[in-house]
Design a protein around this ligand. Structure first.
Ligand code: C2E
Ligand code: CA
Ligand code: CA
Length: 282
């Protein structure tokens, strides 16, 4: 075996082993869910959160999301992992009762078909949790093969009251086709546009145009990756509705999120900032 072949072979073996570990992680206590607050630009109030999965590997430590997502997709683990996460989210929503705010989960289009939609609906119904409290963010790391299946699943979920968002808007394989074929409730502007908008005029123009397009279609605009008050200021000017990012809080434990909702939003009035927004940098 040449050195190059050996390296490929080693990488493949590592990836197989890590996929086995991920399967074990699903059955033991290595997975956690964290919530990142979403804040309404106009009211300054927390209006929900995105639920993200964290994998703490016993030897390798925290595995970055892009690594486990790629593994899960290539080893057929995305479905059970997403069900695991949705189960945790529903359990949390049930535990907080009437104070619950909508929580969003990431679902790749590759697993979002009619059967999966029914699974979600059934889980909500068994737990007695309102479908209005669960949002779905459609992520896209591969091109969608069957748009009709996806559109049907989305319709089914919407008919029960779930809201559907298109994630990483403007960067996916078929952003514009989605908008035509699938009547989503909102779009999430990718953090790359948000973060470059103050630095590059072209990025700012793209962000502006995408927000305008979303509003013309009549859907909500969530901007992610918002880290600074300057970025928040720009998003407000451009008409974004909801922001999410380190400025609204880094992803946190469900307990910390529950406390964050209860606590009054700290004021930034005394800090040096372009405008006295009341969202705190964490
Ligand atoms: P995403 O859905 O766009 O998730 C937002 C990502 O941006 C999260 O990273 C979050 O921690 C990060 N982030 C949030 N605010 C900021 C900010 O202000 N600045 C910067 N630089 N980053 C910020 P994470 O958790 O590493 O996830 C990365 C991607 O992995 C996600 O992008 C999503 O596509 C995927 N992912 C994460 N969790 C899940 C999951 O439970 N299921 C699925 N299917 N995909 C997931
Ligand atoms: Ca997302
Ligand atoms: Ca995103």
């Amino acid at each position: 075996m040449t050195t190059q072949h050996k390296r490929h072979h080693d990488i493949e073996q590592d990836s197989k082993k890590l996929a086995r570990d991920l399967r074990v992680a699903l059955m033991t206590q290595q997975l956690q869910v964290v919530f990142q607050p979403k804040v309404c630009v106009d009211s300054n109030q927390i209006v929900g959160a995105e639920a993200l999965l964290r994998w703490q590997h016993p030897i390798e430590g925290l595995i970055p999301a892009d690594r486990w997502v790629a593994l899960a997709e290539s080893h057929n683990l995305m479905r059970p992992l997403t069900v695991w996460l949705i189960d945790k989210v529903i359990h949390y929503l049930k535990s907080v009762g009437e104070q619950a705010l909508p929580l969003a989960v990431n679902v790749p289009p590759t697993i979002l078909d009619g059967a999966f939609a029914l699974t979600i609906i059934n889980m909500l119904s068994v737990a007695g949790v309102s479908p209005c409290l669960l949002d779905i963010e459609i992520t896209e790391s591969e091109p969608v093969e069957n748009m009709t299946n996806l559109a049907n699943a989305v319709h089914l979920l919407q008919s029960k009251g779930l809201r559907i968002y298109l994630d990483d808007f403007g960067t996916g394989y078929s952003t514009m086709k989605y908008l035509v074929d699938i009547p989503v409730d909102g779009v999430k502007m990718d953090k790359s546009f948000v973060q470059q908008a103050l630095l590059l005029p072209a990025a700012r123009l793209v962000l502006k145009s995408l927000i305008e397009l979303a509003h013309e279609i009549g859907v909500m605009v969530v901007c992610e990756g918002v880290e600074t008050l300057e970025q928040l200021d720009l998003i407000k000017c451009l008409g974004g509705n909801i922001v999410q990012g380190y400025l609204t809080g880094k992803p946190m434990s469900p307990e910390a999120f529950a406390k964050r909702i209860d606590a009054p939003l700290p004021s930034l009035d005394n800090k040096i900032a372009p405008k006295p927004y009341k969202i705190q940098a964490s």
